[in-house]
Write a protein that binds this ligand. Structure first.
Ligand SMILES: Nc1nc2c(ncn2[C@@H]2O[C@H](COP(=O)(O)OP(=O)(O)O)[C@@H](O)[C@H]2O)c(=O)[nH]1
Ligand SMILES: [Mg+2]
Length: 282
């Protein structure tokens, strides 16, 4: 899959003690294969799989898996940064793995964004006879974090797909409702170049709308006035010179019309006076 085959890429991290079933979960999700033998993860690895939503949006879910060993604490901290979601594991047949969640959640709190989506996943549900952690304990913890809670067996791929896809859907919803800015790298989201351009133009449009909405109370209150205000400057600038020009022309015409009368009066007046004097003297 290349860069342009999806609109969004979400980074999800898998955390929890060694042996709780993180790598198995990942293998089932991506390859549909349950790993029977236990092969501890060294360092860090990730796998990706795409999902297409009903509206045609394709999301590539990138799942990061790391060793649960405390030896790798530095890596674990780093890899929990910039994640869109964290899937936090324990197994129902091991009380310690549940207790460790306190540490894992505290790491998350230290390094993740405040918008990170968290789910608690209890594995080994098929080993009911060996249960050490009650379902309600897991549920209470999830409730306290406002997180979703699942009890699963990693043999069941449908459950795994359901968890990841629902996480993906939630992150997408947060983007669509503008609660997460996908351009901000701290949220563990990457966009295709095309989607990035589309998002930026949507952002521009919504900024314009906000500006329009901010001025809309005035506009709504007096639509006609605003219309007039909007257009009158142009009208005035185009209308006023021609009007004053017209007025000038009128004045000039008037002046031109009054000028000959004055000129005639000036010519006739001395003649009349001269004629008067001439009559008197005679
Ligand atoms: N019965 C059962 N075994 C599981 C389950 N999930 C994982 N395992 C087994 O637990 C062992 C450790 O799993 P793994 O995914 O490597 O754990 P990780 O250290 O968290 O990555 C493996 O032998 C898996 O076969 C599960 O849900 N049920
Ligand atoms: Mg592993």
């Amino acid at each position: 899959m290349n860069f342009e085959d999806y609109q969004y890429l979400f980074k999800f991290v898998l955390i929890g003690d060694t042996g709780v079933g993180k790598s198995c979960f990942l293998s089932q999700y991506v390859k549909g294969k349950f790993i029977q033998e236990y092969d501890p993860t060294i360092g860090l690895e990730f796998e990706s799989k795409s999902i297409e939503f009903n509206d045609g949006i394709v999301v590539q879910n990138q799942l990061w898996d790391t060793s649960g060993s405390s030896q790798f604490m530095a890596i674990q901290k780093t890899f929990c940064q910039n994640a869109a979601a964290a899937i936090v594991f324990y197994k129902i047949d091991n009380q310690n793995s549940f207790k460790s969640l306190e540490n894992w959640l505290s790491i998350l709190k230290q390094v993740s964004s405040d918008m990170i989506q968290i789910v608690i996943v209890a594995t080994h549900q098929d080993l009911e006879t060996q249960r050490q952690v009650q379902t309600q304990q897991g549920r209470n913890l999830a409730d306290s974090l406002n997180a979703k809670f699942y009890e699963i067996s990693n043999h069941d791929k449908d459950q795994i797909d359901g968890i990841v896809n629902s996480l993906s859907y939630n992150v997408l919803r947060l983007i669509n409702s503008n609660k997460i800015n996908p351009l901000n790298t701290q949220y563990g989201i990457k966009m295709s170049r095309q989607q990035e351009q589309q998002y930026a133009s949507q952002l521009d449009n919504s900024e314009e709308n906000i500006i329009q909405q901010q001025s809309s109370p005035k506009r709504r209150g007096s639509d006609i006035k605003i219309e007039q205000n909007t257009f009158s400057p142009n009208k005035i600038t185009t209308a006023s010179p021609s009007r004053s020009q017209h007025e000038n022309e009128q004045t000039e015409q008037n002046q031109q019309q009054t000028k000959p009368k004055f000129q005639l009066l000036f010519i006739l007046l001395p003649i009349i006076i001269a004629y008067g004097l001439y009559q008197i003297l005679l």
